[in-house]
Design a binder for this molecule. Structure first.
Ligand code: ADP
Length: 537
C-alpha cells in the first residue's frame, strides 16, 4: 500500500523561507575584525540572500557549479550558505588553514567557478594563484581588517556584487538528492577527500542535531559557533540554527580567550561549539578573569574532550560540555553523549567517565564495531573494534570515487576509528587506527594515555605518539605542555600512568617530554603526523 502523504522535498530554501516567515525580527550578530558589531534581522538576511541568488544567476552561475568560500564565521558566510544551494549550485567551504598544495588541489578538484574571499585572507589565494585553474571571479568580503583590496583577477567587492542582483523571490524546484555542498576531510591522516552533501542529507542532519537528545538547538537559545564554517559546515550548526530561528552570533576572528569571552558575555550566548583546544584556552582565561556568562552548554568534538576539561567546566563554572563525535563523512554529527535519565545523579568517577565517552548515535544514525574478521565485537566496554556507521547523512562514497575500501559492500562506512561499546550502547573512541601504538604485538591507545596525562591540573595539553624501538616495536612518547607558570613532572606522570597501564605499555621517563606547544592541524587537532616526523628525524 502506498502512503497518502505529500511528496514534499527536503531542501534548504524551505529553511530559509521559514526563518523569514516565522522569525523575521530575530538577530544575526557578527563581530567583525575591527571589533564593530553588526546586527541583521532574519528578515534583512533573507532579503540580502535572495538578492545574492539573483546576482549569482546574473553572473552566469548554473545548477551544479561549485562556488567556494574562503571565509571565517560571519553573516555574509551565512548568506552564501543559503544562496548558493538555493540556486542549485554547490557550496564549497574551503579550509583557510590548508597547506598551499592541499588548497590548490581541492580548488581544482572541486572545479570552483567563483571564490568568495575574506579581504584579510586573500593573500593565501594570491600567493598560489598560478596553481589555481578555472576560477572566473573572486568576490571580496570586507571583513573590516585594515589591509588593501587584494590583487586578484576579476575581483569585485561583495557589496558591489550584491548590487548587481535584484531583490526578487525566485525559487526553482530542487530534487532533494541534488548536491548542496562539498566539504573535504581535513587531511589529518592523508590527502583531503571530497564529500558531497545533498539538500536532503543537510536538511535531515539539521533536524536531527536540534533534538533534545542531540545538540538541543532551539529558538530560545543564543548560539555562537566557534567551530569554523569551513570545518564540516561548522558541524551543521548554521543550518540548524536558521531552521529554529535562534539568535546567532558569529565571532569572526575573535576565537580565543578574552575576545571570545567578552562576546559570550555581551551577547548572552547560551550554547556554543568547538574543538577541545579552544575550550582549554577559554577555561584558563575564565579562571583568571570573571565574566557574567549565561552559557549553559558547550558542544565539544573533533577530538576527544578531555575528562578533566569536562569536570572543570561543570564544577567551576556550571557549564555542561556535550561531547559529540563526527566526521566530514558523517555531515558531521554521528553520536552525542548525554547522561541517561537514570544516570543524572551519578557523581564523581562514574559521572565523568560517562560524560567523556563519545556517546550514542543520534536518531537516524546506526553504529556498530567490528573486529579484524568482520565480526561484531561484544558490548562489554572493553573489546575494541573498528567503528562502522550508516544513515541518511552518512557518505556512500567520496566525490572522486577514491578510497572505496572505506565503504563496505553491504552499505556501511568504515570510520577508521577504534572504539569500545558498552552495555548501554555508549561508544568510546580509543584511537584512530593510524595512531595506535604497537608494543610487543599489543596495542596501546594513545587517546587513553593522553586523557590520563591531561587529567593533571598542571598539564594544559598532551599528545602521545609511537617511536620506533628495537625491542618493543614501538614505544610511546608523551609530549606535554604545562599550564603557564607550572612545570612538567615526568616522574609524577609516570607514577600516575602506572596505576592504569601495564608496565610494558609505559613510556621511559625521558620519553615524557616538556614542550611549549603541540603542533595542530588546520582544524585544531593534535598533528601527530608532524610529531612522528620530528621523532624520526
Ligand atoms: P580528519 O579525518 O582529516 O581529521 P575530520 O574532521 O572529518 O577530518 O575528522 C574526523 C575524525 O576526528 C574522526 O574520525 C575521529 O577520529 C576524530 N573525532 C571527531 N570527534 C571526536 C571525538 N569527540 N572524540 C575523539 N575523536 C573525534
Amino acid at each position: 500500500m502506498r502512503s497518502t502523504m505529500m511528496d514534499y522535498p527536503l531542501v534548504l530554501p524551505s529553511i530559509l523561507k521559514r526563518a523569514k516567515e516565522v522569525h523575521p525580527h530575530k538577530e544575526i550578530v557578527t563581530k567583525w575584525h575591527d571589533n564593530s558589531i553588526q546586527r541583521l534581522t532574519y528578515g534583512e538576511f533573507y532579503k540580502r540572500t535572495i538578492r545574492l541568488m539573483s546576482a549569482l544567476r546574473k553572473a552566469g552561475v548554473k545548477p551544479g557549479d561549485a562556488i567556494a568560500t574562503f571565509c571565517l564565521n560571519h553573516s555574509v558566510h551565512l548568506e552564501l550558505y543559503f544562496a548558493i544551494p538555493s540556486i542549485r549550485a554547490v557550496l564549497h567551504t574551503i579550509n583557510i588553514r590548508l597547506f598551499p598544495e592541499q588548497l590548490t588541489y581541492i580548488i581544482n578538484e572541486a572545479k570552483d567557478k567563483f571564490i568568495f574571499v575574506d579581504k584579510s585572507l586573500a593573500l593565501a589565494i594570491e600567493k598560489n594563484l598560478s596553481q589555481i585553474h578555472g576560477v572566473q571571479k573572486f568576490i571580496i568580503i570586507d571583513d573590516k581588517e585594515n589591509v588593501p583590496f587584494p590583487n586578484l583577477p576579476n575581483a569585485i567587492s561583495y557589496e558591489d556584487f550584491l548590487k548587481t542582483g535584484d531583490e526578487i523571490e525566485n525559487f526553482e524546484p530542487i530534487d532533494e538528492f541534488e548536491a548542496a555542498g562539498i566539504c573535504y576531510t581535513s587531511g589529518t591522516t592523508g590527502n583531503p577527500k571530497g564529500v558531497v552533501y545533498s539538500h536532503r542529507s543537510t536538511y535531515l542532519h539539521s533536524m536531527s542535531i536540534c533534538m533534545g537528545d542531540a545538540l538541543c538547538i532551539r529558538e530560545a537559545e543564543t548560539v555562537l559557533p566557534v567551530v569554523p564554517m569551513f570545518h564540516v559546515n561548522s558541524w551543521g550548526i548554521p543550518f540548524a540554527s536558521v531552521m529554529t530561528g535562534c539568535k546567532l552570533v558569529f565571532p569572526g576572528k575573535h576565537l580565543l580567550g578574552a575576545g571570545l569571552a567578552e562576546l559570550l558575555e555581551s551577547e548572552e550566548v547560551t550554547l556554543t561549539a568547538g574543538v577541545p583546544t579552544v575550550w582549554n584556552v577559554l577555561y584558563q582565561h575564565l579562571k583568571k578573569t570573571k565574566y557574567n556568562l549565561k552559557l549553559h552548554t558547550m558542544v565539544v568534538g573533533g577530538s576527544a574532550a578531555p575528562r578533566g576539561l569536562i569536570e572543570g567546566f561543570e564544577k567551576d563554572f556550571g557549564i555542561s560540555i556535550l561531547h559529540a563525535w563526527g566526521m566530514t563523512e558523517t555531515s558531521p554529527v554521528g553520536t552525542v553523549s548525554h547522561l541517561r535519565g537514570f544516570m543524572k545523579d551519578w557523581n564523581g568517577n562514574k559521572r565523568y567517565s560517562y560524560r567523556a565517552k563519545q556517546g550514542v548515535p543520534v536518531p537516524g544514525v546506526e553504529i556498530r564495531a567490528i573486529d579484524d574478521n568482520g565480526k561484531d565485537v561484544p558490548k562489554d566496554g572493553k573489546t575494541p573494534g573498528e567503528l562502522l556507521v550508516r544513515g541518511p547523512w552518512i557518505a556512500a562514497s567520496y566525490k572522486s570515487g577514491e578510497s572505496s575500501e572505506s565503504f563496505t559492500s553491504d552499505g556501511w562506512f568504515r570510520t577508521g576509528d577504534v572504539v569500545v561499546l558498552d552495555e548501554f550502547g555508549y561508544m568510546q573512541i580509543t584511537d584512530r587506527k593510524k595512531d595506535l601504538i604497537k608494543t610487543r604485538g599489543e596495542w596501546i591507545s594513545s587517546v587513553d594515555m593522553e586523557n590520563l596525562v591531561m587529567a593533571d591540573p598542571n598539564v594544559l595539553e598532551a599528545a602521545v605518539v609511537g617511536r620506533k624501538d628495537p625491542v618493543r616495536d614501538e614505544a610511546p612518547v608523551i609530549f606535554v605542555v604545562p599550564v603557564e607558570g607550572k612545570e612538567v613532572d615526568p616522574k609524577g606522570i609516570h607514577d600516575r600512568l602506572k596505576e592504569n597501564f601495564a608496565h610494558w605499555q609505559l613510556p621511559k621517563l625521558d620519553d615524557i617530554r616538556s614542550v611549549s606547544a603541540i603542533p595542530k592541524t588546520s582544524v585544531g587537532k593534535f598533528d601527530k603526523k608532524i610529531l612522528r616526523k620530528e621523532l624520526e628525524e
